[in-house]
Design a protein around this ligand. Structure first.
Ligand SMILES: [Zn+2]
Length: 345
């Protein structure tokens, strides 16, 4: 009797422990050193389909490491689309950083396990993952930890610049062109733009110049909604409100945002963090207008379709909340990635 009862329990426990060891994927927050170790661990576990490279350094000299997944890492193959995920641009919004580490481990493990869906994804796409665009801000926020009300502490980079207000403003130009020549993509950068942006922003723009990204997402926190361009309103505020600023690709952007929200366990339901967003999506400007953001810049400068994912009410959730967040986002992160081969401009 007792044996029959004990044995399955012990073997279940053993399997659980082995699972943890194999995947190395227990849930925790990763400081900079831990993040670097985690990325290199994935690289050594999946050496033939991954590569790590740095796109530059933060103000305090931390590397902005990217983990690439591809059947031929480091090589652009004809017709193979380039995709990117960027996390932790606001240093105190940490869920994206952890989800992207987890996604990296997941892609590696599932590829090795022969998961057909993941193998196809890695064969057909070049996936670039930047878990932290603002490692300096993260360290400031992490010192405070999840319990503090870190609404702003660690948001900016080490020089207190908000990186999502730091890209060259191409909206003003496109809104002018709309009334004149109609040009609406591959817009030129302003003179001396390199002197006007922070090192982290500079690194990302150069990254965009070196890779022909066509789809991406930028992971934030503080709300739960998929936000699509434009972020900057065409009109000044009318009675304190800003208005919907559609791109020429509004239909496609809505579809991309819905892909994420509906594949997410609860985003699409609309009510989250005391706010309501129909279908869990919103046009950036119709929520609130912002200038010099990264998603509008991607679209106007390079033809890369980027949406901004707000993923948690809590900007710095406790480690105990991470498993639920991962399960809530996993399918959405993969489904959104798969859109890369489903859309053409
Ligand atoms: Zn943010």
């Amino acid at each position: 009797m007792q044996q029959g009862w004990t044995f399955p329990w012990v073997s279940a426990l053993l399997l659980g422990v082995m699972g943890l060891l194999v995947s190395g994927s227990e849930f925790q927050h990763h400081r900079y050193e831990d993040l670097v170790r985690a990325l290199f661990a994935v690289q050594s576990e999946c050496p033939y389909i991954t590569r790590i490279y740095s796109i530059g350094r933060s103000v305090e000299g931390r590397h902005l490491y990217v983990l690439e997944f591809s059947d031929n890492p480091g090589i652009h193959e004809a017709m193979e689309p380039e995709f990117k995920y960027v996390g932790n641009m606001h240093g105190n919004e940490v869920l994206g950083r952890e989800l992207l580490i987890k996604l990296s481990q997941f892609l590696c493990e599932e590829y090795r396990a022969g998961n057909q869906r993941i193998m196809r994804l890695i064969h057909d796409t070049r996936i670039h993952i930047l878990p932290s665009m603002n490692p300096d801000g993260y360290e400031v926020a992490a010192k405070q930890g999840p319990e503090s009300n870190g609404y702003l502490v660690g948001r900016g980079n080490a020089r207190q610049f908000d990186l999502n207000r730091n890209f060259p403003d191409l909206n003003a130009l496109v809104y002018y062109y709309e009334k004149t020549n109609g040009r609406n993509h591959h817009l030129p950068l302003p003179d001396n733009w390199e002197q006007q942006v922070e090192p982290e922003t500079l690194a990302v723009i150069k990254w965009m110049q070196n890779y022909n990204f066509i789809l991406s997402a930028n992971l934030h926190g503080g709300a739960v909604v998929a936000n699509y361009p434009f972020d900057k309103s065409r009109d000044p505020r009318i009675r304190g409100r800003t208005t919907y600023a559609a791109t020429a690709d509004d239909k496609l952007f809505r579809k991309l945002a819905r892909t994420y929200s509906y594949a997410h366990s609860w985003m699409h339901k609309g009510w989250n963090c005391g706010d309501f967003f129909d279908e869990g999506i919103t046009n950036g400007a119709s929520w609130y207008s912002l200038s010099k953001g990264m998603q509008d810049f991607n679209y106007l400068y390079s033809n890369c379709f980027e949406i901004t994912l707000e993923l948690s009410c809590d900007k710095f959730p406790s480690a105990a909340a991470l498993p639920r967040e991962w399960m809530g986002n996993r399918e959405a992160l993969v489904s959104y990635l798969e859109q890369v081969s489903k859309h053409t401009r």
